[in-house]
Design a protein around this ligand. Structure first.
Ligand code: GSH
Length: 201
């Protein structure tokens, strides 16, 4: 088994954190979907990271599928709740945090185009999604200890990767001041070795 990852992808980081939390030994191959698009497309027709290549040569994508698969192959540190309703809440968290990352990736890609080709309206449209998504995350977290209430799990991993990615790509956004519950949660997650070891530079 090997994981195709890239250093700054928040989605790939989720899967690296899952590997670390579950103490699964798996080589990580770094490939940039932007600079090595063809190489990534050999693993994933969508040309995106992360991808998990299994020992039989088959591949799994995207990050949610990989995370659930990894959770299923080891009983160490279960990251998904068993109970159906709690599972739905967990998946909602992951959709929300990943959705903020999707919007931010789209804004970053647009900002990297030559000035004359950039659409300020497209960037703004994505940044509004980021702002709204962060507010929704803060409301959903409220006074809870962990995102889905009682236990640390994939919702916290998605939330933490999302917040760190916002800090990486939009350092000017004062989300920590506006959403102190999220800042507190991000700090708590950052103290976990799995987060510290995978922090994007
Ligand atoms: N829903 C996917 C997941 O959860 O894995 C999103 C993956 C994704 O968008 N990855 C980005 C990528 O590889 C890197 S952050 N983009 C390349 C492209 O869109 O061509």
């Amino acid at each position: 088994m090997k994981l195709i990852s890239s250093p700054t992808s928040p989605f790939a980081r989720k899967t690296r954190i899952v590997l670390a939390e579950k103490k699964i030994d798996c080589p990580v191959v770094e490939l940039s979907p932007w600079d090595d698009a063809e190489a990534v497309a050999r693993y994933n027709p969508l040309g995106k990271v992360p991808v998990l290549e299994l020992d039989d040569g088959s591949t799994l994508f995207d990050s949610r599928v990989i995370a659930e698969y990894l959770d299923s192959i080891s009983p160490v540190s279960r990251l998904y709740p068993q109970e159906r309703r709690a599972l739905v809440e967990t998946r909602r968290w992951e959709a929300l945090a990943d959705g903020v990352c999707d919007a931010l990736v789209a804004a970053v890609v647009e900002r990297r185009r030559p000035d004359a080709q950039q659409s300020a309206a497209s960037i703004e449209r994505q940044l509004v999604k980021v702002e709204r998504g962060l507010s929704a995350m803060a409301d959903a977290l409220g006074e809870r200890v962990w995102c889905n209430g009682e236990a640390y799990g994939i919702a916290d991993i998605a939330c933490g990767c999302c917040l760190d990615y916002v800090s990486l790509r939009l350092p000017e956004l004062d989300w920590r001041e506006r959403h102190p519950v999220l800042a507190q949660h991000a700090d708590k997650l950052a103290a976990r070795p799995a987060f510290a070891e995978t922090r994007p530079a």
